[in-house]
Every structure is written in structure tokens, then in C-alpha cells.
Write a protein that binds this ligand. Structure first.
Ligand SMILES: [Zn+2]
Length: 261
């Protein structure tokens, strides 16, 4: 169904829902809060008006403001990509724009990110803005601020990044999705090598490993906690890196993340 039709169906259901709530005795203020519709529109419907609000008048339902359902696995993944390569701007007081930067080299990752943005905020379009070697996937809704309360001025590594309890519950339920988002944005799977001394002398030995690189100590800690919750061994080979190199742990990440594509 085209998006404009979805909006229309959504608007029609809203009128019915508002009238049901009014019949149950709720005040217009409470109906407005629950449905994300201006109070004046609710009052107009209660007086018998049936004009549907324009899309710009509707405040789209939000999992935080209006108890709208949230696609939690997609949210956990998108949280990972946001912490890795995303940021939010507020061009107007009523709007926020979530932008996730994706390298042009990995069209599969970009498509997966776009699907997650649409699943988490189904009423907002996702657009693409080209940059050198990468592109930004952008979606506008003031509720991105509700879903990613880590938004703040300055770089992420220069401020505290702490998950709220409701986010932690989702991450605890879907740690693999969070890791997928983190490693696809700020991580990689590559081949490292070392030398082993054998009877025949020094032998070069190669092994696959995953690296996650982020300047924010808090974001690295979020990554490490998710790895711990899945018993995936890791270590910090450098201050801003998390490395997963043990064979069993790499195999587990191959199931959850895999190479970029
Ligand atoms: Zn909201």
C-alpha cells in the first residue's frame, strides 16, 4: 500500500480511536497525549467533525510518547549503528533528523540500516544524501530524540553515553542485533597474523578477528557488555579498540555479524 494511503488509514483509525476513548470518559488532553494528535483536533472530532488532519498536523505515534509498538530487534540494531556512525540534528524545534552514515562500499549494510530505520519509525521516509565515499541515510521525526536520548551537543566521545533502563532491557533481549549494528558501523572483520616458534623455526600464522574501534569509552563499554552477555571473549589491544580473536568467539560473531557486504 502506498505510504500516503497508509497515512490515510492511520488517520481514519485515529478518529475512531479518539471517539472510543471519549466515549469511555477520557478528557481531550489525555486522548491527545495517548494518540499524538493535537488537543484541538480531538475536540473537533468529538464535536462531530470528520476532517482528517494533514500529515503535518499529526504527531506520529511514538513508542515512548504514545506507547506505539516498537520493532525491538530492529531498534537494537539501529542503536548500534547510531552509536557507531549516527547523529541527530534539530533544524527546527518540532523536527529532529536522524542521519546514519554508510560507506558506499557496503550496499548490503546500507540497505539493512535503511530497513531498520523504516521498521523503527514506519511513518517517516528515509532519504539518501551523497557524500564523498559514503552517504547519509536520513529520517525526520521529532521522536528520534525520544528513541535516542543519547543525543547531545558535541562529539559522542566528549560526553557521557549511558543507556537508559528501557534501552538496556531491549539490548539485553537482543544483544546480537546491537553487536551487528556496532560492528557494521565502527567495526570490521579482518585477518591478523602472528608468528609461532616451531621445530621448523618461526611460522607465520593467520587468523580472523573482529575489531571494534570507537573513541568513546562509554560506547566501547556498551559493546563489551553485550559481548560479555553472550560469553564472547574480547580484549583491548589498544585504548580505542575492542578485539575478538579467539576461535570460538569469532565463530559466534560470524553467526551474529559476519563480514560487511
Ligand atoms: Zn516521542
Amino acid at each position: 500500500m502506498p505510504r500516503c494511503m497508509l497515512r490515510l488509514v492511520h488517520a481514519e483509525k485515529l478518529v475512531d480511536a479518539a471517539l472510543e476513548l471519549a466515549a469511555a470518559g477520557l478528557q481531550a488532553t489525555e486522548i491527545s497525549r495517548r494518540l499524538g494528535v493535537p488537543k484541538s483536533t480531538v475536540q473537533y472530532w468529538c464535536r462531530g467533525g470528520r476532517r482528517f488532519p494533514r500529515a503535518s498536523e499529526l504527531c506520529m505515534p511514538c513508542p515512548r510518547c504514545h506507547e506505539a509498538p516498537l520493532a525491538e530487534p530492529s531498534y537494537s540494531y539501529l542503536l548500534g549503528t547510531y552509536l557507531g556512525d549516527g547523529h541527530i540534528t534539530t533544524p527546527r524545534p518540532t523536527t529532529a533528523v536522524l542521519a546514519i552514515y554508510c560507506a558506499d562500499d557496503w550496499p548490503g549494510v546500507s540497505a539493512e540500516t535503511e530497513r531498520a530505520m523504516r521498521a523503527v519509525m514506519p511513518h517517516s521516509n528515509v532519504s539518501r544524501a551523497a557524500r564523498t565515499g559514503c552517504h547519509a541515510l536520513r529520517s525526520s521525526s521529532r521522536h528520534w530524540l525520544c528513541l535516542f536520548p543519547q543525543h547531545g551537543p558535541g562529539m559522542k566521545h566528549a560526553r557521557s553515553i549511558v543507556l537508559q533502563p528501557w534501552q538496556q532491557v531491549i539490548v539485553d533481549d537482543h544483544p546480537g542485533q546491537l553487536l551487528r549494528g556496532l560492528f557494521q558501523s565502527d567495526g570490521c572483520r579482518n585477518v591478523n597474523w602472528t608468528q609461532k616458534r616451531t621445530e621448523a623455526g618461526l611460522v607465520r600464522y593467520e587468523y580472523p578477528r573482529y575489531l571494534f574501534s570507537n573513541k568513546s569509552e562509554d560506547i566501547r563499554a556498551i559493546c563489551e557488555a553485550a559481548l560479555d552477555s553472550l560469553d564472547i571473549a574480547h580484549r583491548p589491544p589498544r585504548r580505542d579498540l575492542v578485539s575478538v580473536a579467539r576461535r570460538a568467539s569469532v565463530a559466534r560473531l560470524d553467526e551474529l555479524v559476519g563480514p560487511k557486504y
